[in-house]
Design a protein around this ligand. Structure first.
Ligand code: CAO
Length: 525
């Protein structure tokens, strides 16, 4: 029996701090500005105007920097009322001919090192502000670091695949500054920031718990953190809290997953035309041939995160429950709806039904969409059904989440799944997509597995593993042998919180929805 292992958890680290990053996908920007609430448009433009480097903060998650002219033109496309700002509005900290030591900033959350995945520049290359310099990866996320300066790269401090240390120089850039060497202390805090109406220090003084990026988001929207109720651990203020606060102030309705829409990195193809090739994970990297010699190498990136989260999962007493589901009706229904979904530009697999059915059941069993604090004193029942989907990507196992499934139609779930699959295949999933899960599903059947024993992803309390749908003989009501499409599902639940009877009732309800998918109609909103 395969042992299911986990995803990266605790993805709250805000990678914005790793460099000045912002959304790159012009098409996503356009789509966002067309389809999102006024709040997001306002946020984007506001931030763009203020620093021309902070759009990423609104978005959260993975980000890549986009050259200004592209950003300008796309924002212009998005809204005629947006007055575009040119390079003149950029803060250039350096003038004259100086060498800037561009350091990797303190990104918080205890992260001390990242792996340099890829350099986009080499020594001698000319770079402009916002040009991508390199891609780095920690155990939390993958991020593109971008230049703050116009100049020439004079030194790369690491080779690809080497571990870069926070606070240490990443590259030297020869700029036109007058001073000889500028020590770039923190790639996040720019001189422009210090000139803004609210200073970092003022907000820090409020003694609220929030990451620097969240503080900045609040600051740039004139929100006092002391007035915001934090929904994170120990009252920590999350980006969602700021955006919800802002939405309440402005009366705007936030889309169900605000960060996802904005933060999507480029250059994924449009959802309207999903390419089947893009939906598949890239071919596995060729295995290293070991010839007679042991090789030891440091555990890096997502593997490191998996080791950490699975070690934490060992503290959870797992309750297991296995069940068989007859998906014959669902197989027929999906075959019927597949073309319709395709007409909407959406690839419809079975997962959206599994995910939506789980959400319908979670509404009846909120304890399965909860978390237990470390001292086992408090249960938090989560309002959103953010369903994590274990995904086999080129970077290894990741578990992006489909957010707010309770608000989505099956088609919308499918669309969201398509989006995160594309990002996963391109290795571009960001923090926003990889965090905030409240319940998870792992479809090992899509790669041919029959059974799995899933491991809970803390702080979640339950997970289901789905096997492959097999055509097997079954008896019908009249005792005749028929062909049936049977799938195994294995649930694991945190036995400190969830008893077997609860898990079994949940499983029965989920099974019944999928065995008779038409019954879901009665509960869809
Ligand atoms: N049984 C039979 N067929 C299945 C299936 C199952 N359980 N699950 C999916 N399929 C089919 C799909 O319907 C699709 O068929 P069509 O081309 O006819 O539509 C095909 O397999 C490919 O599906 P998919 O993988 O592109 O999409 P999906 O929505 O079913 O799954 C995802 C998405 C992300 C779950 C999947 O791509 C994936 O990564 N699976 C691996 C998860 C994993 O690694 N789990 C183990 C974690 S423990 O380390």
């Amino acid at each position: 029996m395969a042992t299911f292992s986990s995803r990266v958890t605790s993805l709250q680290v805000d990678w914005l701090l790793a460099g000045r990053t912002c959304v790159t996908s012009a098409s996503k920007m356009a789509a966002m500005a067309r389809g999102s609430s006024a709040v997001f448009r306002r946020l984007l433009v506001q931030q763009y105007r203020r620093r021309c480097l902070r759009i990423q903060e609104v978005c959260g998650g993975h980000a890549v920097l986009c050259p200004l002219p592209t950003m300008d033109s796309k924002l212009q496309m998005c809204s005629g009322s947006f007055q575009m700002l040119g390079r003149a509005l950029h803060t250039s900290a350096v003038r004259g001919g100086a060498v800037v030591q561009f350091k990797l900033s303190d990104i918080g959350e205890g992260i001390m090192e990242v792996t340099v995945k890829e350099w986009y520049v080499k020594e001698g290359d000319k770079v402009s502000q916002f040009d991508s310099i390199c891609e780095v990866q920690s155990d939390k996320a993958s991020v593109t670091i971008t230049s703050r300066y116009d100049g020439v790269i004079t030194k790369l401090y690491y080779d690809a695949d080497e571990v870069a240390l926070v606070g240490k120089p990443l590259v030297d850039i020869h700029t036109e500054s007058t001073s000889d060497v500028i020590q770039e202390e923190d790639v996040v805090e720019t001189p422009a920031m210090a000139r803004e109406e609210h200073t970092h220090q003022e907000i820090k003084g409020l003694k609220t718990q929030a990451t620097p990026a969240v503080r900045r988001l609040a600051m740039e929207n004139n929100i006092k953190l002391s007035e915001v109720v934090g929904s994170g651990k120990d009252g920590r203020i999350l980006k969602e809290d700021i955006l919800n606060f802002l939405a309440k102030q402005t009366g705007a309705i936030l889309p169900p997953s605000p960060f996802q829409e904005i933060q999507t990195p480029p250059p994924a193809p449009s959802l309207a035309t999903p390419s089947p090739a893009a939906l598949k994970p890239p071919p596995a990297a060729p295995r290293r041939a070991f010839a007679g010699k042991d090789v030891t190498e440091p555990l890096k990136g997502f593997h490191k995160a998996m080791a950490k989260s699975m070690t934490a999962a060992l503290n959870i007493p797992h309750l297991g429950l296995c069940e068989q589901v007859d998906l014959s009706h669902l197989v027929a229904l999906r075959a019927q709806l597949k073309a319709d979904a395709q007409g909407h530009g959406v690839k419809l697999s079975y997962m959206p039904f599994f995910i939506k059915a789980a959400s319908l059941c979670l509404a009846h069993f909120p304890i399965l969409n909860a978390s237990l604090d470390e001292s086992c004193q408090n249960i938090t029942y989560k309002a959103s059904h953010n369903i994590g989907v274990a995904m086999d990507t080129g970077l290894g196992l990741l578990v992006p989440t489909v957010k707010n499934v309770q608000l989505l139609s099956i088609l919308e779930v499918a669309q969201e799944l398509n989006r995160i699959q594309e990002l996963g295949a391109a290795g571009q999933l960001g923090t926003a997509d990889l965090s905030g899960g409240t319940f998870s599903l792992s479809n090992i059947g899509s790669i041919g597995g029959t059974y799995a024993k899933p491991v809970i992803l803390p702080p979640e309390v339950a997970i289901g593993a789905l096997g492959k749908i097999q055509v097997l003989p079954r008896f019908d009501a009249l005792g005749h042998v028929t062909r049936a499409h049977i799938m195994n599902v294995s649930w694991s639940a945190d036995h400190r919180l969830i008893d077997g009877a609860t898990m079994c009732r949940f499983s029965n309800m989920w099974r019944d929805f999928l065995q008779n998918p038409a019954s879901m109609l009665l509960h869809l909103k």
